[in-house]
Design a protein around this ligand. Structure first.
Ligand code: ZN
Ligand code: ZN
Length: 259
């Protein structure tokens, strides 16, 4: 079985098709999915999905691309994450690609998420784009890593260099690959995926975006995480069953979910 460690199935285009989404997951042996929060106003819809489906988990956090949205305090994040189905803090991080100007607010928001993760012991879901040096620096400064007493977490939808992956793995973080790794143009990322040990790897869709080959350009959904696993199996010369088993074990270990 496979697990989609990062999706946005509360977004209207997917939420409207929920019975079909769940049916396709079952057909494709995708047993669980983690529905990731991007802002506070929509958090109730994320939580409701996790509460009404045994195999859906959820997170709480505010994405760095959301500029004009209620800012979460450390206490807000601690309070909202106090629920058995909320297994992570995020997604959080830095994104210097989408937004320009003084992004100090992004860094402050990121620090608050790391502080909430440390206070609750719930792992972080980190998004980083065109900002890897500051991301790693702030993770270190705030003690996000397990060696510094933090709960670590996952570098989601990873597209950075092997050096960035190694810096995160040294802090105890997992590296998650999305459909991007299946794209023909993603040669550098494929080289990184070859080097990341299976023991520190997760798989995800980040749906509704980024559908993997052979569905590139269409709407993504959790069932398609299977194609990410199949691609990684070929890339790493491993049986797909081994990729499925190890990334599933990693998911339950990282998010401290009893099986
Ligand atoms: Zn993201
Ligand atoms: Zn996401």
């Amino acid at each position: 079985m496979y697990i989609d460690s990062h999706c946005h199935i509360n977004f209207p285009e997917l939420a409207a098709r929920m019975p079909e989404i769940l049916g396709k997951m079952a057909e494709n042996e995708v047993s669980h999915a983690l529905c990731v929060s991007v802002d506070l106003p929509n958090f109730p819809s994320v939580l409701a999905l996790a509460e009404s489906h045994a195999n859906i988990y959820a997170s709480v956090g505010v994405h760095p691309d959301y500029e004009d949205t209620p800012e979460p305090s450390v206490d807000d994040l601690i309070r909202l994450s106090d629920h058995s189905k909320i297994v992570a803090i995020g997604e959080t991080g830095l994104d210097y690609y989408r937004l320009e100007g003084d992004l100090e607010w992004q860094r402050e928001r990121f620090r608050n998420h790391i502080r909430a993760s440390r206070a609750t012991g719930k792992p972080l879901i980190i998004h980083t784009r065109a900002a890897s040096a500051d991301t790693i620096r702030i993770m270190r400064e705030e003690g996000a890593g397990t060696d510094a007493g933090g709960a670590a977490g996952v570098m989601h939808c990873f597209t950075e260099s092997l050096e960035v992956a190694q810096a995160a793995m040294e802090m105890g973080f997992y590296i998650s690959f999305s459909g991007i790794v299946t794209f023909k143009s993603a040669k550098d990322l494929q080289a990184v995926a070859r080097e990341v040990p299976l023991e520190q790897m997760l798989i995800e869709t980040d749906s509704p975006y980024l559908a993997p080959v052979p569905h590139r350009g269409k709407m993504n959904e959790p069932a398609l995480v299977r194609h990410v696993a199949e691609y990684l199996a070929t890339l790493k010369g491993e049986p797909v069953e081994r990729i499925a088993q190890q990334t599933t074990d990693n998911f339950f270990n990282l998010f401290k979910i009893a099986r």
